[in-house]
Ligand binder design. Sequence first.
Ligand code: ZN
Length: 198
Amino acid sequence: MNTIELDECYEWWNFRPDNVLQVCEKIKEYEAYFTDMSLNKNGLLKNYIASPLEHPLDELLLYNPSSCFKVCVNDLTDYGYAGCVNKQNRILAIDNLSANKKEVILHEMIHAHEILLEEKSILLRDALLLELYNKLKPIYPTLDQIIKHHANFYRYKQTVADNGEHDILFLLKSLELDDVLKVKPGTVFGYDMDISTI
Ligand SMILES: [Zn+2]
């Protein structure tokens, strides 16, 4: 990040409008749901990041979306999204009408965390995929069918064209959050996902 970008960031951070501040506060609060993706030493990946070194986590430290992404609250109706994440420009945007919707903010947080985790380590990303699968298998009896339905090559190609990338890790993390929040499966995933028919 160069000086100009730093200045812009500083200005944005200090002059965030109230609606953006509120979403930033919610992102900070919801970080408690992401101890796995943020490589918390007590999270789901604790055995993968355990080390005999004195300060093993320093190089693994992941920043969370509230400090790594510029949060915006805009009118996104033209795009047809309730929210979106721009990887290149590090923007997490929420539509005005969805700024109070927990499931929308969590959905975009999964995108942001996936970006950060993939940049840190593909190995740990794969490990998380396995751990989430094992955690969810007893909770969702039809998990294998749900994954195969979602990840069918041709079907997925069409859903990417319509809704953007939502890979298997995204699917599993969204189902985990549905279970934690005790909401209908598919709520955090969105796009009218209905797993009851799978
Ligand atoms: Zn999405």
